[in-house]
Design a protein around this ligand. Structure first.
Ligand code: TZP
Ligand code: MG
Length: 221
């Protein structure tokens, strides 16, 4: 495969190790782009723009800034929920929940070159997302979390293990992941850990990301 001149990366090979999701209201008033810059400096490999309270205009503005930064740093950039905004800001892809557009429909709009991720909470949903052509899945919430409003009951590390044994596309564990429990989700077979508060609410954002990344790198098999 050829290396893309803009990102220096081989398309289709994404490093999901440390997947940091924005959460502006947890970032203690620090500007979104600076929070993301620090997360990348600490070793984030994927950035997802997820701001449920933003207007379309705010998402586009933030999306453009994050696209510029992630492109410069060679980091994958994903937009939550909004296929239109992912396209508009030239994100690498979109992340969809169980109630969002089906994968096939998102693919029809985005074309073959974009990444589509799907949130899953059971083996059945994980297998179905893979069958529909998702590029990766999120699995969770693994642990208890208060970051998401309508969050489901924790699925536990065991679901990560079970999903890892039957699903071949990349799997990113999410929900209540911190430095003290990240190793068990990676050891269970996750290709990466997705976090909001462990990074964006940390006083030392790059330090928090660096600690997670080093534990992930040490544990990944
Ligand atoms: N989906 C499942 S749990 C979650 C989302 C978006 C929130 C994760 O946030 P935190 O702070 O890492 O628990
Ligand atoms: Mg969604």
């Amino acid at each position: 495969r050829l290396v893309r001149p803009d990102t220096g990366k081989v398309p289709g090979r994404v490093d999901y190790s440390l997947y940091v999701i924005t959460g502006d209201k947890f970032s203690r008033g620090r500007p979104l782009v600076e929070v993301v810059r620090a997360a990348i400096e600490g070793g984030a490999t994927v950035i997802q723009l997820r701001e449920k309270d933003f207007t379309a205009r705010q998402l586009v503005d933030a999306g453009h800034q994050l696209r510029r930064l992630t492109r410069e740093k060679g980091v994958t950039f994903i937009v939550n929920d909004r296929v239109d905004i992912a396209l508009a800001v030239e994100a690498d892809g979109v992340h969809l929940g169980q109630d969002d557009l089906p994968v096939g429909m998102a693919r029809k709009i985005l074309g073959p070159g974009k990444i589509i991720g799907v949130s899953t909470h059971s083996i059945e949903q994980a297998l179905e997302a893979q069958r529909q052509g998702a590029d990766y899945i999120g699995v969770g919430p693994v642990f208890e979390t208060r970051t998401k409003d309508d969050v489901q009951a924790p699925v536990g590390v065991d679901l990560v293990r079970q999903v890892a044994s039957v699903v071949s596309i990349p799997k990113v564990a999410i929900g209540g992941i911190k430095a003290y429990n990240v190793e068990e989700v990676i050891a269970a077979g996750a290709d990466g850990a997705a976090v909001i508060t462990a990074v964006v609410a940390a006083e030392d954002i790059s330090g928090a990301a660096r600690e997670l990344r080093s534990r992930i790198d040490r544990t990944r098999r």
